[in-house]
Design a protein around this ligand. Structure first.
Ligand code: HEC
Length: 126
């Protein structure tokens, strides 16, 4: 009888401890894990191809067109006709464009972003 009571008492104690530990840990965990999760938002500075294209290109190439020379649009057929097949080709044009296009050097659009834009162009305007 005494044994059983002790066991039961111990079980209650253990349960109580577990519960207390749980209820103590839960809010602490949430509180301490929120700031570290919110902090690494920094890599968000890497913009998508779509955002970069809108920022730098779409004023002259809306929807992949070309406001001053429709034959030099960014659509697949036009690109193929003008021997532009790869991301390298598009980046080369950004770095060294024709007379009417703005020039984008690496200080304005990094190599990484230039290739992100080029991939976006190749995938989006077919
Ligand atoms: C100020 C207007 C302007 C901006 C901004 C501009 N372009 Fe152009 N782009 C042109 C013009 C005009 C041409 C036709 C060639 C020429 O006269 O320079 C052209 C041609 C091209 C071509 C060759 C297309 C073909 O079919 O031969 C590519 C590729 C291109 N641009 C990509 C881009 C990208 C990528 C951006 C953004 C990073 C961009 N352009 C921003 C005006 C612009």
């Amino acid at each position: 009888m005494f044994r059983m009571t002790t066991k039961a008492g111990a079980a209650v104690l253990v349960t109580a401890c577990l519960l207390t530990a749980c209820s103590k840990e839960a809010p602490q965990n949430t509180a301490s894990s929120v700031p570290p999760q919110a902090a690494p938002v920094q890599p968000e500075q890497q913009q998508t191809g779509e955002a970069l294209f809108k920022q730098f290109c779409s004023s002259c190439h809306p929807d992949g067109g070309n406001v001053s020379d429709p034959k030099k649009s960014l659509h697949g057929a036009a690109l193929r006709k003008n021997n532009i097949a790869t991301a390298d080709d598009i980046v080369r044009i950004m770095r060294n464009p024709g007379a009417r296009m703005l020039r984008f050097d690496a200080a304005t659009i990094s190599d990484r972003d230039a290739y992100v834009i080029a991939d976006y162009v190749l995938k989006t305007f077919r």
